[in-house]
Design a protein around this ligand. Structure first.
Ligand code: HEM
Length: 252
């Protein structure tokens, strides 16, 4: 089995599709969890506490990191194998074939952008939350409790350049998911003439829902100071840090 997964092109695509499917499920969960920040800052922080440095959350984080690494490494191997297999033909296919979308030809590039954005995102959030707890500290570099996710959201999306960076990142993720979700089913052998258009449409709906859910939080916290204010009013420990770092520029 492991030989099949490692040695054949179909096996490698299967690894891509299984890891991709697990990552899409994570994104659906993460997006739904973030929507809580639009409804109740307190409840959002309760979820953050639950997903803090508890053993089950740490195990899930390690599993998630393994999925990302596997997905990325197999993408590199498949792209390299395809490149070598095309040999001297590789220059003959630069003209767009009809029906082949831009995203499907640029999945690796989109994947690089997604991973770069993820690095920035982990610096903004994970390094100031779970990592701080794992280091045994009770405050992060901004002066917030490491379980105070909503204060970090308010702080991050107060800066316009973070809003722009996240929206560009989300656009790349949308293109990547649009092709990736559909191609996951194609690898599993589901894409016949009847299912092809249905799966393409389903992939568009799933990726659009995920991206709109993430973007709603980014935009709401940037556009409405009331979100940040509500976050700081209801959360005791954030209120102190708010005066120094976050509320500058927001009218009270
Ligand atoms: C744009 C709106 C987003 C917000 C407000 C947000 C918020 C957060 C927060 C608060 C955490 C820290 C959780 C903790 O350590 O307890 C986190 C972690 C994380 N986020 Fe996001 N996130 C967003 C988008 C995304 C996207 C688009 C991705 C993936 C492409 C992503 C991937 C991750 C990962 C992998 C972690 C680490 C999870 C873990 O520790 O197990 N996030 N995010």
């Amino acid at each position: 089995m492991s030989c099949f997964l490692l040695n054949s092109s179909l096996g490698k695509k299967l690894v891509m599709s299984i890891t991709g499917c697990a990552l899409v499920l994570f994104l659906l969960f993460h997006m739904a969890m973030n929507l809580v920040a639009l409804v109740s800052p307190e409840d959002y922080n309760s979820v953050c506490r639950f997903l803090g440095a508890n053993w089950y959350a740490v195990v899930a984080t390690v599993g998630l990191a393994a999925l990302v690494v596997l997905h990325f490494v197999f993408a590199l191997i498949l792209t390299w194998n395809n490149y070598r297999a095309r040999g001297t033909q590789r220059y003959a296919v630069t003209v767009n074939e009809p029906g082949v979308e831009w995203a499907s030809k640029n999945m690796l590039l989109l994947g690089f952008i997604v991973v770069l954005g993820l690095g920035l995102h982990l610096c903004h959030f994970w390094s100031k939350m779970m990592f701080v707890e794992l280091m045994g500290q009770h405050q992060n570099s901004l002066g917030y409790k490491p379980t105070n996710g909503v204060a970090l959201i308010a702080f991050t999306f107060k800066q316009w350049y973070n809003v722009v960076l996240y929206l560009v990142w989300l656009a790349a993720l949308w293109l990547h998911l649009n092709h990736g979700v559909w191609s996951m089913f194609q690898t599993a052998g589901w894409a016949n003439d009847i299912w092809y258009p249905r799966l393409k449409c389903g992939a568009k709906i799933v990726s659009t829902l995920i991206i709109l859910g993430f973007a709603a939080v980014v935009i709401a916290y940037y556009v409405c100071p009331c979100y940040a204010e509500a976050a700081f009013e209801t959360l005791g420990d954030a209120a102190e840090a708010c005066t120094e770092a976050c509320c500058a520029g927001h009218a009270h």
